[in-house]
Design a protein around this ligand. Structure first.
Ligand SMILES: [Cu+2]
Length: 599
């Protein structure tokens, strides 16, 4: 559904102008994309050494016929590299903003060179990116999705941190907590009102906390493959659906150009997909190509970095779905509960919401049998976007297939047992209720602009106000809380909370008590027939001292987040975790930039 465009416009108008862009045409290859049908490349890897990963990244964009492209480029030219660190490692990431306004005429897009040479108005040198709060289409910042690092500037604050084009490189500097679960995390911009534009353009990358084979020895020694699935504006928006599809109702397009859910599993998707920047466009979905040795077992780490597209992944041999052995979701091994031993969930399809990750064991097809990675359709509700069935990549079995670059350790030392009781065994101190809702500007026109709300029950629905310092929720460090999140709209939403993970207790009235953690969960849509609005119940973990501070929860469909579906929570320290008293507790996880620099 369409976001309330003038909200974003309002931020543009009120945000201080901190840089004037110099007119210069961007080179076409600023953010390279591969040809349709290409072999799926591995993202570049940047690995920590001696406990430190120091990275210089520039975020860049350019514009071509199919829209604005964004990417991160490292000092050695790697595009949107995978950052690989171990628990306890220090990340020092210098981010240079080289963005230009893509909504401007093409001539206004600046090249990286122009940014370096000309974009330093005197006022910028003193602008404090930590306090700026300026959310514009050319400002940016980073969120380290899934990591339990403090929500403070230079670490994982997204409420005030805003880096303008022309600012000197901005330093992110924090230590990965010693107890961070090994798995797949990711980084992306979180600039309110403009996250969708940047992420759908391709601004995202994977971050891996190494050592998952220490959590689950079943994956020891397996070659690993990182697959980043992104969505992007349609390359062929005017094409009719492929003739090989069943006849489907005429596609409905809402005002912002998204295809409304057809409910058939087919028809024009709202967005195209790409896999490691190999586009797989509508209507023919020419698949990218993966080669594996016959019957080889690999460990696939899949990130749904889409701005609005849900995935429901399956691997087919001929047309038969194969069993995929899920080892971790949302960066956390399934057996992180300290109960299960080498637990693996075998499924023949896996739903992954925008922002979600899934890591699984997959077996390559036997020689001569064609394999296919697909996403099945996701029913997003009558108000949601169309996410049809489509191919993503062929899996060809061949003896001469190159091995992936990385292989997990063959003889891992097991991780220590968790130091806190399993979340499912902790009594919540309270239950809160929240709900998703939407409001049409013109209630009689389903295609009119929509505002998006995520409201604490009892409060008045209001689109997120980035200038408010009053949190929607105040919680206490050390506590565990149950949250019931209801969906009063006719489309699916993906609830995500920063800094912490949660356990799914109940999904649409069915107790599930999942014995593992997530950081993003689908909340089913209201179809007008049930007596109650659909809801999920989650148990949220505020025990980690790194989660102290003010941070956000929101819908991970970035169009919705940008349109107001976001709230703030302040987790207050207990006496034992107040900064002055923390001493030993803060070791290894600095709270301030000054503290980090001392380490
Ligand atoms: Cu949503």
């Amino acid at each position: 559904m369409k976001k309330f465009a003038f909200i974003a416009l309002a931020y543009l108008c009120f945000a201080p102008v901190r840089a004037v862009l110099h007119a210069q045409q961007a080179p076409a290859n600023v953010c390279p994309r591969l040809a349709e049908g290409s072999a799926v490349p591995e993202p570049a890897d940047l690995r920590s050494q001696n406990g430190v990963l120091k990275v210089d990244l520039s975020v860049r964009n350019s514009k071509d016929a199919s829209g604005a492209r964004y990417c991160y480029v490292s000092a050695d030219g790697g595009v949107s590299p995978t950052l690989r660190l171990h628990p306890g490692d220090l990340l020092i990431l210098n981010l240079k903003n080289e963005l230009a306004d893509p909504t401007h005429a093409a001539s206004a897009i600046t090249s990286a060179a122009a940014n370096h040479a000309h974009m330093h108005p005197a006022a910028d040198k003193n602008a404090d990116a930590c306090a700026s709060g300026a959310m514009t289409i050319t400002s940016t910042n980073l969120h380290f999705h899934g990591l339990t690092v403090p929500a403070v500037c230079h670490q994982d604050d997204v409420l005030k941190t805003s880096i303008a084009p022309g600012d000197p490189p901005f330093e992110y500097r924090f230590r990965i907590p010693e107890n961070e679960p090994p798995g797949l995390y990711w980084y992306h911009p979180h600039i309110h009102g403009f996250s969708k534009a940047q992420v759908i353009g391709g601004a995202s990358g994977a971050l891996i906390i190494e050592g998952i084979e220490r959590a689950n020895k079943e994956v020891a020694g397996l070659p690993e493959r990182v697959l980043v699935i992104r969505d992007q504006d349609l390359v062929n928006p005017n094409a009719p659906p492929s003739k090989s599809e069943p006849v489907v109702p005429k596609t409905l397009i809402d005002l912002d150009g998204d295809a409304a859910n057809t409910g058939t599993g087919f028809g024009q998707p709202a967005k195209d997909l790409s896999i490691n920047f190999v586009p797989v466009p509508f209507p023919d979905y020419p698949p990218a190509a993966i080669k594996m040795k016959p019957d080889e077992r690999q460990f696939w780490r899949v990130l749904n970095a889409s701005a609005i597209t849900y995935l429901n992944l399956a691997v087919l041999f001929k047309r038969t779905p194969q069993q995929l052995g899920i080892v971790a979701l949302d960066g956390v091994p399934l057996n992180q509960n300290g109960v299960a031993d080498n637990s693996i969930e075998w499924r023949d399809h896996i739903g992954v919401p925008p922002g979600g990750r899934v890591e699984f064991i997959v077996k390559g097809p036997p020689l001569g049998v064609p394999g296919l990675l697909v996403t099945r359709t996701v029913n997003t509700g009558s108000g949601g976007e169309n996410d049809p069935n489509r191919a993503i990549a062929t899996i060809e079995s061949t003896e001469d297939a190159a091995e992936p670059r990385s292989t997990l350790n063959t003889s891992p030392e097991p991780l220590p047992a968790p130091s806190v009781p399993w979340l499912g065994n902790v009594a919540p101190v309270r239950t809160r209720r929240l709900y998703f809702s939407e409001k049409l500007l013109d209630p009689n026109n389903p295609n009119s602009a929509t505002t998006f709300y995520l409201t604490v029950d009892g409060q008045t629905p209001a689109a997120f106000d980035p200038n408010s310092d009053v949190p929607n929720i105040v919680a206490k460090q050390g506590d565990v809380e149950d949250w019931i999140i209801e969906n009063r709209s006719t489309e699916l939403h993906a609830f995500h909370i920063h800094q912490v993970h949660f356990m799914l207790l109940d999904w649409f009235g069915t107790p599930v008590n999942e014995p593992f953690l997530r950081d993003t969960i689908n909340v089913p849509f209201y179809d007008g027939t049930t007596l109650q609005y659909p809801s999920v119940k989650i148990r949220v973990d505020f025990r980690d001292p790194n989660a102290v501070g003010t941070f956000v929860y929101h819908c991970h469909l970035l169009e919705h987040e940008d349109g107001g579906m976001i709230g703030t929570i302040r987790v207050e320290p207990t006496d034992a975790t107040k900064p002055a008293a923390r001493g030993e507790a803060t070791k290894g996880s600095p709270k301030t930039i000054a503290e980090a620099k001392k380490q």
